[in-house]
Design a binder for this molecule. Structure first.
Ligand code: HEM
Length: 215
């Protein structure tokens, strides 16, 4: 009895400790260095092949059900730039957040912006996915990973319950039921197609993008 309990516990922690790996979204064709958690949470990053002077990335964040997923671009919760997203019907609601205290983080403002990439943003029977261009999101003030980082820890937080006002991007949320940090491999996030993918931000979805390399 005791042994089987240990065994099940061991499997559960193995599943929760997955490390980021390359993953290509079937709809957008974008390849990410991608972390998937057993709760359904996932977060993936794509970067340009040449990182010199770059402050942008493409990210995909998602989960299953109607709860929220959150990512800390700086690892921990406090004083870091957070991305918070959840589904609202067929749409995704997302915002930047920041907080000095352990409580529902306030909306953060700055020069950073996020713009949806429609072909990578959808809700289906298994999960919801929000893919976006994050412009001016790689900062040098320690609120995010730094332009020179190759293996930063990013934070994740997830709660299966929908926010109280799910149509409002500034809605408060209740505390995550699962949180942690995971090391991303930014070299593996680099891709020569980044410049093309970036042009899709804010444009209507085009079916051909499902096969972006076939011309
Ligand atoms: C009412 C809302 C929230 C409360 C009360 C809260 C509270 C806390 C607390 C107390 C911790 C320390 C670990 C623990 O004792 O559990 C923590 C860690 C963390 N939280 Fe939150 N949090 C909230 C919302 C959020 C949101 C919306 C995000 C992301 C968008 C977030 C991201 C994180 C991360 C990344 C960690 C660090 C995990 C680690 O270092 O291992 N939190 N939070």
């Amino acid at each position: 009895m005791k042994l089987s309990t240990l065994f099940v516990g061991g499997l559960a922690s193995l599943a929760a400790a997955q490390t980021p790996a390359p993953y290509t979204d079937a709809k957008s064709g974008i390849t990410f260095n991608y972390f998937a958690h057993s709760t359904g949470y996932f977060f993936g990053l794509a970067l340009p092949a040449n990182s010199t002077g770059n402050t942008d990335f493409i990210a995909t964040i998602g989960g299953k059900g109607t709860g929220w997923s959150g990512t800390s671009l700086g690892g921990g919760m406090l004083g870091k730039l957070l991305i918070l997203a959840w589904p609202n019907g067929q749409n995704i609601v997302s915002s930047f957040r920041k907080t000095a205290n352990y409580g529902s983080p306030a909306v953060a403002t700055g020069t950073f912006t996020q713009t949806s990439i429609p072909n990578g943003t959808y809700v289906n029977s298994t999960h919801w996915t929000y893919t976006f261009l994050c412009s001016k999101c790689i900062l040098t003030d320690k609120t995010t990973f730094a332009p020179t980082d190759t293996a930063p820890s990013l934070g994740y937080a997830v709660n299966a319950n929908a926010p109280s006002q799910k149509t409002n991007p500034a809605s408060s949320v209740s505390k995550h039921s699962t949180e942690g940090q995971v090391v991303f491999d930014l070299k593996k996030a680099q891709n020569a197609n980044f410049a093309t993918w970036k042009t899709w931000a804010g444009k209507p979805a085009v079916a051909k993008r499902e096969r972006p390399f076939l011309g």
